[in-house]
Design a protein around this ligand. Sequence first.
Ligand SMILES: Nc1ncnc2c1ncn2[C@@H]1O[C@H](COP(=O)(O)OP(=O)(O)OP(=O)(O)O)[C@@H](O)[C@H]1O
Ligand SMILES: [Mg+2]
Length: 311
Amino acid sequence: MDQAESLRQLVRSKRGSKQAPKEEDTREDYGHYTTTKVITVASGKGGVGKSNFTVNLAIELSKMGNRVMILDADLGLANVDIIMGINPKFNLTHLIKEEKDIKDIITETEYGVKLIASGSGVKELVNMSNQQREKFILKLSEIEDMVDILLIDTGAGISKNTLSFIYAADYTIVITTPEPTALMDAYGLIKVASSGKKSVALKLVVNMVSSKDEAKEIASRVILLSRRFLNIFVESYGYIYRDRSVLNSVMAQKPFAAMFPDSRATACVREIAKKVSARFVKENEKLIEQETPEATGIGGVFKKVFDLFTK
Ligand SMILES: Nc1ncnc2c1ncn2[C@@H]1O[C@H](COP(=O)(O)OP(=O)(O)OP(=O)(O)O)[C@@H](O)[C@H]1O
Ligand SMILES: [Mg+2]
């Protein structure tokens, strides 16, 4: 049996072993029934708030009862760990080099969210042999049962790495600010992401706004441009106020959702988390009705990432 077949068998047996939910099942039983939802967070311009959004969205999703993991895929410039004020001992590099097992590189945080930290050697993803790659995917599939939602924080710009994660995810949240430069770069990212052969699902979050009206106006501009010139529907997913508590929390190395739970920024992220969570439950219900679920989960996602790397 080759590696690919063993991967398929693993996925099949995982699915087969799960019981269909019963009426008395709680929302949590539902949530844990199907494979992991994978959401990538990306932007055109740098410094628009991706990492802060990812961390605080993860915390809010976790408060709602979801089991959440962050994968820091900002290769080389990882800073999710800094925002969370933690110092992970092991990261993706150790897994790739087979020095550590998947369970060893998962950092538990005090915020109820798990983190797979990035590492400077992660560029090796591109240089792995086929056999190494299959092994790596198999290892990642092992965390399937531990996680409901995997959030992937990416680096700014349109790198091959980021595009791979956009194509592989269930959907991508594009972050922009109202600045014309950030908007142009967000549009540029949407253009490149939607010009590939694969279909992509894109959502938009406008960060650092001063009013709801400003957020609305900015979002509708991006959505209209994308529809008119790229023929792609980008869905508005919310906005976050420019809020000093974000800066203060970064300085304190404590996420604002934890440090300032009553801040305007936290309230905005909570609204987005509600949307993400509701969608997750609804899609799971749909999957449960299907005889053969089409969700790909973590193993499938990384397989797609690698397929793109090698093409
Ligand atoms: N809603 C907000 N209100 C005020 N300041 C914010 C807000 N969001 C982000 N910032 C500021 O922007 C800075 C950059 O945020 P962050 O590191 O999350 O951006 P990024 O998009 O991940 O950057 P990079 O592209 O370098 O990865 C933060 O340190 C903070 O000072
Ligand atoms: Mg970042």
